[in-house]
Design a protein around this ligand. Structure first.
Ligand code: NDP
Ligand code: 2IT
Length: 445
């Protein structure tokens, strides 16, 4: 790294000790920025780098709730309002026991650049809680969401900060959160949250958008090399919102998805995933991936182990951070992988990314490839602002245009900086420049 980057990175380490995922996310962006800083001394003069690393506001709060047994439970709530140079803070809420401030900061930091890449008027933020919805009744989830919103409501708003879903937060949770916001504020402020249900302000295609978008990005990347997804063997990790709709789009484009997973193991289905069955298991029954094989005798469930041991040509990590390590990258290379596209946020470790890139594998970073979700959230905000709702096809076309333009922006930027095909560099530089230029224009704030 350059000296300016070194100094700022040392400051990040000093200010945020122990937040390893946050350090990893900053490091990954900084590794791309040397040439931009040399070309643009005005960024250093205005301390853009230091300011971009420091969230504008960080909110941490107690979330008390009562479980079905009448026991009082306490969780910790977070909202990190990272950067609002381009628009209101925008980003999801994650409910998972692993959530802590460092995780939310890494996600918020990534979100700033991702949202910039969409070309839409949205700043970056992220929030969540160490609450574990798994095993909770609907009533418990509702009471938790109501308590969470009883503090969060004062910090958010259509023009201020617009949360959405992430791991553990889907349509059900957004419903309970929106209901409590509406009740407390006595306002039907639709655009305060995105990912809403279709009858109360939600947008068609938002549910599908992240997974669809990641596959559209994969298709563009392959197309740039004169290849396609047609007939490819594909692995998609996870079995949640992003994974399910990545599988759906990959199959629609003629690929054969042979494996998916959750935190207990992975399923191999050589006949290709039966998506109706998977949706029933996950979206209707809220079950585990192992339940899929009970109803699909030819499929196999492998407890533990690594999904990346399954030989495939295209890998889509769609579960969680650091789920694809250097060892996994070696397995993928042995299995003949040609493209890795991140549906999740930072699922690939830094050494794994380096190995894949050195080996000539096409690699798409999450902040570009999974931006379809937040971009469609911005489309939901547009529909809410104009009190309109668009058709599925119109919204899906907008998503496609956005993913193609993110792809092209990353590819062109990489080329401009002398590293054609380096989508990590392209995404980081293009995202950074859009935020940095807005920050320069807005003065020292
Ligand atoms: P969901 O909660 O719907 O699903 C998460 C899935 O990942 C579950 O199947 C979960 O399994 C699995 N998973 C979680 N941790 C692990 C692990 N350690 N090993 C294996 N599997 C694991 O979340 P989403 O699909 O919404 O989010 C997935 C990823 O995509 C996250 O990184 C998120 O930040 C990112 N993302 C999401 C967007 C969205 O619009 N939802 C937009 C952009 C990015 P289990 O049930 O066992 O925990
Ligand atoms: O990581 C992400 O981009 C999301 N979880 C979606 C954020 C959003 O505001 O739709």
């Amino acid at each position: 790294m350059d000296t300016a980057l070194d100094t700022t990175f040392a400051q990040v380490l000093r200010r945020s000790p122990g937040e390893v995922e946050f350090h990893q996310a900053v490091r990954e962006v900084f590794d791309s920025l040397g040439p931009v800083l040399r070309k643009n001394p005005q960024y250093a003069d205005a301390a853009v780098l230091e300011r971009i690393c420091e969230p504008e506001r960080q909110i941490i709060f107690r979330v008390p709730w009562v479980d079905d047994a009448g026991r009082v439970r306490i969780n910790r709530g977070f909202r990190v309002e990272y950067n609002s140079a381009l628009g209101p803070f925008k980003g999801g809420l994650r409910f998972h026991p692993s959530v802590n401030l460092g995780i939310i900061k890494f996600l918020g930091f990534e979100q700033v650049f991702k949202n910039a890449l969409t070309g839409m008027p949205i700043g970056g933020g992220k929030g969540g809680s160490d609450f574990d919805p798994r095993g909770c009744s609907d009533g418990e989830v509702m009471r938790f969401c109501q308590s969470f919103m009883t503090e969060l409501y004062r910090h958010i708003g259509e023009y201020t900060d617009v949360p959405a879903g992430d791991i553990g937060v889907g349509g059900r949770e957004i419903g309970y959160l929106f209901g409590q916001y509406k009740r407390i504020t006595n306002r039907y402020e639709s655009a305060v949250l995105t990912g809403k249900g279709l009858t109360w302000g939600g947008s068609l295609v938002r549910t599908e958008a992240t997974g669809y978008g990641a596959v559209l990005f994969a298709q563009e990347m392959l197309k740039a090399r004169g290849e396609s997804l047609e007939g490819r063997r594909v692995a998609v990790s996870g079995a949640g919102n992003v994974a399910i709709y990545a599988i759906e789009k990959a199959q629609a484009l003629g690929a054969r998805v042979v494996t998916f997973s959750d935190s207990s193991g992975y399923v191999v289905d050589e006949d290709g995933v039966d998506l109706d069955l998977l949706k029933d298991v996950k979206e209707v029954q809220r079950g585990r991936v192992a339940d899929y094989v009970d109803r699909r005798p030819r499929a196999e469930f492998v407890a533990g182990g690594s999904i990346w041991d399954v030989p495939v040509e295209v890998a889509l990590p769609c579960a969680t951070q650091n789920e694809l390590t250097e060892e996994d990258a070696k397995s993928l290379l042995r299995g003949g992988v040609v493209a890795v596209v991140e549906g999740a946020n930072m699922p690939t470790t830094a050494d794994a990314v380096a190995l894949l890139q050195e080996s000539g594998v096409l690699f798409a970073p999450g902040k570009a490839a999974n931006a379809g979700g937040v971009a469609t959230s911005a489309l939901e905000m547009q529909q809410n602002a104009s009190r309109d709702s668009w058709s599925f096809d119109y919204t899906a076309d907008r998503l496609t245009q956005i993913m193609v333009s993110i792809h092209d922006r990353c590819a062109q930027t990489a080329e401009e900086y002398g590293e054609p095909g380096n989508y990590v560099l392209g995404a980081n530089i293009a995202g950074f420049q859009r935020v940095a230029n807005a920050m320069l224009a807005l003065g020292i704030v």
